[in-house]
Design a binder for this molecule. Sequence first.
Ligand code: 9Z3
Length: 322
Amino acid sequence: MSLLDNGSSEVINPDTYFQTHKPPRTLIENEIRVKEFVNKHNEARRKIVLITSGGTTVPLENSTVRFIDNFSAGTRGATSAEYPLIILLFDSFQVQFSLQPYSRHYSHSKNCFLDFMELKSDGSIGVSSKYSPKMKAVLEKYQEFKKNETLLFLDFVTVSDYLFLLQSVTKIMSVLKEHAMYYLAAAVSDFFIPAQKMPQHKIQSGGGGLTLTMDQVPKFLKPMVMYWAPRGFTVSFKLETDPALLVDKSRHALTRYGHQIVIANLLDTRKREVILITRDSEFQIKLTEDEIAEGKEIEAKIIPELVKRHDEWIRNADNADL
Ligand code: 9Z3
């Protein structure tokens, strides 16, 4: 007998999902913030990249005590958001905080924050001289983005928050047409328990084990690419643990959803090797041993490649309009 039986799960279409689930309480205020941000940059004809980052949780109770989480630390999204682009980041805000751009260099460090400090001879407190060159460089970049207001930060916790936010944000960003890039790096749950099937209160123990039946999360990429943001440049990530499945599953996603790029990565090697897959090409991006030793991050190669391809996408659309 198999421990897992995922053949009988119900498939809900995205419209039904949105009709039968409550939007997050902060959705309207977030939509207002996003509209302001998008309109400001759209007036200046700037490109905007939506980065989704971190993992979504799946609650087991409506008044949630327990939930299912996943491994994502949000490194991919937070690292990608440090490049000089106009960015709308939505990031998971789990119990184990997901990493955020700039502060990520320190927040999950094994050092206590006090280890980064030192007492100066005049009695004042400052950054330890050992860490200050790197911290200065990060601080300069951080202050630059704050001054220019080039990053808008929104957060989600559950897969439901994520889906509602994604629908709203991509619809608002669709005014940018080809100037929008959607970079979907969040690790989105594949299975969930619909609100109407969840108990209201904490599941009680004492009656033996617990058996869960979960439905499949609706395939939101299809309506996103077809209706919410049809002219944008969409890049999704495909995560697998079995190398034999990776490329086929990524190709399948491209044909099924009709978007532009799938970045295929394996759990174990995701920080040093990915494959950019389009309908007619495969392009490997890899860090060399020397680059890994220097501390180079793979996003330093992924982002410029995507910016180049997005610019081509915009040029092709401009030529088609002529
Ligand atoms: C990814 O594959 C990301 O690269 C990682 C990054 C989540 C592996 P970390 O956050 O890890 O840096 O620790 N994201 C997409 C995973 C995903 O849920 N993809 C869906 C799928 O595979 C399609 S949108 O079906």
